[in-house]
Design a protein around this ligand. Structure first.
Ligand code: SF4
Length: 333
């Protein structure tokens, strides 16, 4: 009696009165499901948009970035585990009341054209994300999600109506990986990716490569093939390097050689824009025209040159390659 079921994500937690779901931030109070992080971010920063990472959305712009505590996954390698796996009432968590209107005014005051819901996972602070995104859009601000995409179809479809771009993790094409490493499952993530792309928002994908767990050429090839078939070859893919963190300190960091091997495989499978993150890579950070690159050498199809999060050169002309006129997937202004 008085148990409530949360239907926001595939965990479908059945929550007893006074208890929270697996994400720790959605609580049954007297038989009513409530979010306890609405309006209480634990982190607000201004980042380069390239840090999300988004390489095909307003390059060179700054983005106000916000997070509350909590996550519905529990990845053993989480880089932000201090906040993603925290309880809202933890002593070392500082959260201040910042309602949606204030977030929007902060974004405007700092001249950021967009607002990111990021660091932990905006899915677990869904209502805060949703209300802020609606308000932000009416104020001319774009909305960006950085998420693992572990959400049920109905709330996801509703949220996407107010979103302009997303970077969505695809951690591996392996249900076993999702179960063992993340306490999740693969299928809902694949579904969220397909729905996001079909909704018309700008979608980029991140795959964190962890030595011995998802770094084999055939695993990378399978992931690239799935993306090409289901999201299209124009979808940017970021291969990101792992660092030992949280409950996974026993594995070495990913080598640049592995990331470069992954990039070559994914491009060979027909993905047009494949990047390397967390480690410096000259060509792995640049955007090349896929047509010029095929016709000539990679270095000659250069469109956007980056160094870390900095744009060194942007040759795009109205979103197209200045040499051959090819339209480049992205939101450029
Ligand atoms: S969002 Fe949280 S409470 Fe709701 S089903 Fe997922 S883990 Fe459980």
């Amino acid at each position: 009696m008085n148990d409530v079921q949360c239907e926001l994500c595939p965990k479908m937690c059945l929550i007893k009165p006074g208890q929270s779901g697996e994400c720790r931030v959605r609580i049954n109070i007297d038989g009513v499901l409530r979010t306890v992080v609405y309006g209480y971010p634990c982190s607000i920063n201004i980042d380069p948009i390239e840090k999300k990472p988004l390489f095909h959305f307003l390059p060179g712009s700054m983005i106000l970035s916000v997070a509350t505590v909590g996550c519905n996954l529990h990845c053993k390698n989480c880089q932000n585990w201090e906040i993603s796996q925290a309880n809202p009432e933890d002593e070392n968590i500082s959260a201040y009341f910042v309602p949606p209107e204030r977030l929007v005014s902060l974004t405007k005051r700092n001249n950021c054209p967009s607002l990111a819901y990021t660091y932990t996972d905006p899915i677990v602070y869904y209502e805060y994300t949703y209300d802020t995104a609606k308000l932000a859009r009416s104020a001319g601000i774009r909305n960006v999600l950085v998420t693992a995409g572990y959400i049920n179809e109905q709330p996801w479809t509703e949220l996407l109506k107010h979103v302009d771009a997303a970077n969505i993790d695809l951690k591996a094409i392996s249900d076993d990986f999702y179960r063992r490493i993340c306490s999740g499952t693969l299928k809902p993530v694949q579904n969220a990716l397909i729905l996001a792309k079909a909704s018309g928002i700008l979608v980029e994908v991140t795959n964190l490569i962890i030595p011995t767990l998802n770094d084999k050429p055939e695993q990378i090839r399978e992931l690239a093939r799935w993306l090409k078939v289901n999201l299209g070859g124009e979808t940017p893919l970021h291969f990101s390097g792992f660092y030992p963190r949280y409950k996974m300190r026993n594995l070495p960091p990913t080598s640049l050689k592995t990331l470069e091997m992954a990039r070559q495989i994914a491009m060979g499978e027909g993905l047009d824009y494949v990047y390397i993150g967390n480690l410096r890579s000259k060509q792995g950070q640049n955007t090349y025209c896929p047509d010029c690159k095929v016709l000539r050498k990679e270095s000659q199809g250069l469109l956007i040159e980056r160094s870390g999060y900095t744009i060194l050169k942007n040759r795009l002309k109205d979103g197209c390659c200045p040499d051959c006129g090819k339209e480049i997937y992205g939101v450029w202004k």
